[in-house]
Design a binder for this molecule. Structure first.
Ligand SMILES: [Ca+2]
Length: 409
């Protein structure tokens, strides 16, 4: 998602937030006078930004209390520091690849038009759509998308660190409503204000929204073509190089183990140093410049990252994000994955096996989260409890050995 950089939590902040959450939980939902006063007062800020009173009131119709779930999510701190392969495995897997290929067929003619207009590779757009909302599935999943006015007003009112961001995004969102691009009652977003199939925050929507289906509105909430075109426009305006790959895996000559990290050279120069491409992927020109990136050290795959990798980071400023999008795009396009595996230290599971693992954990009463084949904190905690009971090392890994153990016991 397009978002502000992560905001650290202090111990004191967590305590205050916990107190606030318990207060919110205790107070009747309809009786938050402070919040209602905030909404009433912010109307003049909106007015000074050109927002019409009727638009403002329609957007806040029925919003009377902060959303405690928004504050919970804002306060959430991951229990485990995700390893790069956990992050990649959860996003680049057989299910996401198959769905991406199906979507490439379903939206082929729209993707032709989007590629022609913006010059951005269709497989990259499909991969972004997958990573952001699982091809739109997250938009209709209970509790994921919320009222944008309520969510951002909650952050502006009760989350000091995000208040400025929330106020700015709220104004931009109201401008989008006022321009008629979305009805006030359809203005939904993630808890942090990311909207639609490709998760744009309101200011990014205003900068990059594209209407490819030609109805006069960039409807990223309901029109897949508009959402993909908007993502393409963001990449193009940030310097996407048409017809070029984002990067590719290389074999690192032994004398350069642990060396040249992030060095910038042309691909011809890299080749001259002995860096070889082990498998075929997208096109790059020998004069293109690239940085050497190893996200798991010398024991994991190494990549030469070209300009488009860094353009992808405008979407979400994390190497792991851009890598997952790039790898998924390659797989949807029919290329293989990295030849060198991640140094997981265990044999990973297929998507089907991950579902099976979660079902085993649920049937033992250890896991009550969603059976979605994604190994997040909930699944990892459940695995660790199980490992503890079975006298195994509590590494939380969703391994083939663990699944075999569950099948036997
Ligand atoms: Ca449209």
């Amino acid at each position: 998602m397009q978002r502000a950089s992560a905001i650290g939590q202090t111990w004191l902040g967590s305590v205050l937030l916990a107190l606030l959450l318990s207060f919110l939980a205790a107070a009747p939902a309809s009786a938050d006078a402070g919040f209602q006063r905030w909404i009433a007062e912010f109307e003049s800020v909106a007015a000074s930004n050109g927002i019409n009173r009727n638009v403002y009131r329609a957007a806040f119709a029925g919003v009377t209390s902060p959303d405690p779930e928004v504050l919970e999510k804002a306060a959430y701190q991951p229990e485990f520091r995700a390893k790069v392969w956990d992050y990649v495995d959860n996003r680049v897997n057989d299910e996401a690849i198959a769905e991406g290929r199906a979507m490439a067929v379903k939206y082929a003619s729209w993707l032709d038009r989007i590629e022609k207009r913006f010059g951005v590779d269709r497989h990259v757009l499909l991969a972004i759509w997958s990573v952001e909302t699982n091809y739109g599935a997250a938009l209709t999943r209970e509790g994921v998308m919320k009222s944008l006015p309520r969510s951002l007003a909650t952050l502006a009112y009760a989350d000091k660190r995000r208040a400025k961001f929330a106020r700015q995004q709220l104004i931009a969102a109201l401008q989008i409503v006022q321009a008629g691009h979305v009805a006030p009652n359809k203005l939904t977003s993630s808890w942090a204000g990311a909207m639609g199939h490709t998760q744009f925050i309101p200011t990014s929507y205003r900068a990059f929204a594209a209407d490819i289906d030609g109805d006069g509105h960039a409807n990223i909430w309901e029109s897949v073509p508009d959402a993909l075109a908007t993502a393409a426009n963001l990449l193009r305006k940030n310097g996407w190089q048409s017809g070029r790959t984002w990067g590719y895996e290389v074999n690192v000559p032994s004398q350069y183990r642990g060396k040249l990290e992030r060095d910038n050279r042309t691909l011809a120069q890299w080749q001259g140093l002995g860096f070889q491409r082990p498998s075929g992927t997208g096109f790059a020109h020998p004069s293109d410049r690239a940085n050497l990136v190893r996200l798991a050290g010398d024991d994991g795959p190494a990549f030469l990252m070209t300009k488009n990798f860094f353009v992808l980071k405008n979407y979400n400023n994390a190497d792991t994000y851009a890598l997952a999008v790039g790898l998924l795009a390659d797989r949807i396009a029919g290329y293989g994955g990295p030849q060198r595996d991640w140094p997981r230290g265990y044999t990973p599971l297929s998507s089907q096996e991950r579902y099976e693992l979660q079902k085993h954990l649920a049937s033992r009463g250890l896991y009550d989260g969603k059976i979605d084949g994604k190994i997040g904190d909930g699944s990892k905690s459940a695995i660790m409890v199980l490992q503890g009971r079975a006298g195994m090392a509590q590494d939380g890994n969703a391994s083939k050995a663990l699944l075999d153990f569950l099948r036997r016991n």
